[in-house]
Structure formats: structure tokens, C-alpha cells
Design a protein around this ligand. Sequence first.
Ligand code: ADQ
Length: 492
Amino acid sequence: MSTENRLIVVSHRLPISVERTAEGYQVTASSGGLVTALDSVLRKYAGVWIGYAGEESGGDVGRLIELACLDHSYRMEPVPLSAEEITKFYHGFSNEIVWPLFHDLQSRCNFDPEYWSAYREVNRRFADAAARFASDNSFVWVHDYHFGLIGGYLREKNLPCGTGFFQHIPFPPPDIFEKLPWRTPMLEGMLDYDVVGFQTERDQRNFLECVSAILPGASVVKRSDGVHVHYGSRCVRVASFPISIDFHEFADVASRDEVTVRVRALRQEQQGRKIILGVDRLDYTKGIVERLRAFRHMLRHWPQMKRAVTLLQLVVPSRADIPKYRELKEEVERLVSEINGEFSDVGWVPVHYFYRAFDREELVVHYRAADVAWVTPLKDGMNLVSKEYCASQVGETGVLILSEFAGSAAQLRHGALLVNPNDQQAMAEALISACEMPVTERVWRMGQLRRYLRENDVYDWAEAFLDAGRTLSFQSCITTPPADAARAGMQG
Ligand code: ADQ
């Protein structure tokens, strides 16, 4: 194996998808926070990225993926999924069970037992794909809730490599996690990795509390080199690694002359009105509906804000083949049109709504032009939009309003205005404070945020995780048989 394959990244999706269109095959970029972060990391470290690239396969598709690899400077290895696997593993277990449950929305869960077998089967197949690249010096870094079990399947193969798991979404406390019918094998599966990482200390604490509550044989040991869970013959490092962005890339794009020209044009269009920006993947956890309601509340109760502000809401399509997401899209569009119907005036439309993916430069133009970024998820593992906005604010005059339930609130609370996204009154008041904030305070706050992000970027995140992997003695773990007496629950 060549040296560039020492880092083996596994995630559900590759950064590109191949689709068949009337004109032939088409390669499209995947969207979302995980792809944004990992693409930056792999461009720097090289290696191989294993994931799903769409339903198409065969000669032309292989060639298109090879071309995309040249463009991205790392290797991509597609793993196919059948239509049934997409239904049961992706739409089912991942998005009808884990996603809502881990975001505290258990009423949205559908605990169909068939989903669990599909989850195990797909995890095994992705583990097989990773194993084909694993060698002495490699580290298999598995991403997110789709793949809690890959570590165990790799251990069964006795490979001489280290393994790590990073969870991009929140980890719930025991009273919520316990609702999962497969709570024991899920936790045991996660303890089959050598390093398990979370976004925040709160997620890490929740995980450790679940381990203590659900696995009686486990013990949590705090040592000078970090927290470890001992379980049977396993010793697993558990830590928090807050993910970030490529600060310099966003700041550099924001400083380009052509961006400055477009920012000026966008601001001129608003004729002195404050630009408030929302940027979200279409998802019910992002609080888009709640934000629109709060905006309407503000316009109803503070009439002086009419014509003084414009909300630009950018939404990138996501999970469009899942009915709940289609319903959400309709609800967002209905609210936008109700607000515009109620308040629009000659020369002023209160909400400008865009439902499409923006390229990096277009996105940065909006980040830089916005007076206020209104980032109010109901619950979020981290939320990269909040960080991208600050990195792009090269003039340092913008204000970040951030949900207290975003993982990034733990790091950005000193400069952002924190809000509860369910509190319409507080959301409206935060918006007004942001719009009226004196420039000295704005610059001070944004300066603090940008300093923190400059010193804690996505490469620091990757280094910290990979360092934790490097400092472990993998051999003792790998040679241990996966099934021992303390692991009776794994059969499920
Ligand atoms: P996501 O849920 O996808 O990520 P987030 O971190 O906010 O959430 O990332 C969204 C990404 O999509 C950002 O990079 C943003 O630039 C991009 N995006 C949004 N709207 C866009 C548009 N209209 N056009 C183009 N791009 C757009 C998951 C977790 C998060 C966690 C990340 C990374 O749910 O909590 O922060 O992984 O770990």
C-alpha cells in the first residue's frame, strides 16, 4: 500500500455523487458540514476516503470518480448501496432513529427492527472496504452515527491498524439514549474503536453516563493522558474534539477583490437596510421554521423594524427523498410567502428565500455582506455556519446570534449573542440588539470570535484526533478476541 493510504476515512457519503441525467453521467458535490470539514483535512493529509457515491456504478462512473480524485488530490473509494439498504440503513436506522433521537426529538423516531439488521449489514460491508486499505501504519477514521459498529467488524479481522470514531452530531443523555432498543450493542460497538470523539464536553459526558448506566461491566478512568473506558479487555480513549473550519480559506476568499465588488453590490441593493442572514441545510433540527416565526413576531411587534431589515434565508436541499423533509420544505415556503404577503411594501420584500446550493464564493459574499448571522438550530452537534460567518467577516463589523443549543455555543459564547431558538420574544430582541449594537462593541465581539477560530481551525481538530490515535498502543486491543464474557449483549 502506498503511503498516502495511511489515513483511511470512512463516512456515509463521498464528497461527490454521480448521477445519471438525460445528458449522461453528472458529478455533483455533496453538501453538509461533515463533507466541508473532511475535504479540507484529506486535501492536506491525502489518504483514501471510503463512502457512497450514488446508485450508479460501472465503467464510466469509475472513470468519473478517478477524475474527481485528481481534482481533490486524494483517493475516493465508492461503496454501493442497494435500494433496500438506502431505505432501511440510511433513511431508516440512520435518519428515522438515530438522527431524531440524538437531537432530542424522540417523537419522530420509527424503531423498526428491520432497520437494525440493515444497519449491521451495511456497517460490515464498509468495514470490509476499509480493511482492503489497512496496513501497519494506517489509521481508520470512521465518521458519524451511520457507522457505530465498524470498529468491531475491523477488530474481528485482527488488522494491524488503529481505529477512531468521531460523532458529528450530539450524544444524548441516558434518559433519551435508553429509548434505543439496541442501546447495549450500539454502545459496545462504539467501545470497539480505539478512540471515540465527540464535539463537546457535554456530549462526552453524556456518553460516559450512558456507558456507566447501561454497561455494568464498564469503568470510566480519568488519567493524566485523558479519559478512558475499560470494558472487558478493551481500553478506549474518550474525548471531545470540537470540529472547526479552514479559517484562512474563508478569510482569503472574503478578501478577494471580486468578492468585495459583489458584497458592495449586494449591500447597495438593500439601500442601507440591515442584512440578516440564515444559512442552513434543510433540516428540522436547524430551527428554520422557528426563526421565520420569530422574524414575523418581530415585524408584528416592533413596526419600526419594517423596511429597516431584510432576511436572506439560504437553504441547501437535503434528504429530499424523505417525506418529512419534503413536508418541511413546504412549511418553510408557506411561512416565507405568508410573511412576505403580510409585510411587503413597494420597494421592500422582507424575506429573500433561496433553495439551492451556493458555491463557496457566493456563500462568502453573503457571509461578508450580512450585518447579522442568525444561526439558531434547535440542537446541533457543532454548526459550521456560525464559524464560517465569523471567518468571512474580514471587516469584523458583523454580529453573530447563536442558539445556545449549538455545539459551537460552548466556544463562541464570549463574542456571540446567545438565544433560545424556541423563545420568539428573545429571538426578536436579540435581532434588534444586534441591529442597534454600536460599532465598537461589534468589532470587539467579532475580533474575539475570529481570534479564537484562527487559533482553532479544522487542521487543529484533525491533528488532535489523530494524535490521540497515535499515542495509543493499538496492538494490545487488536489481538484481543472481540467476544468475551462481558459482551453478551453484542449478539442482538
Ligand atoms: P450539518 O448538519 O450539515 O453538519 P453544519 O455544521 O451547519 O451542519 O454544516 C452545514 C454546511 O453546509 C456548511 O459547511 C455550510 O456552508 C453548508 N451550506 C449550508 N447552506 C448552504 C447553501 N445554501 N449552499 C452551499 N452550502 C451550504 C453535521 C452536524 C453539525 C456539525 C457538522 C460537522 O449536524 O452539527 O457541525 O456535521 O461536524
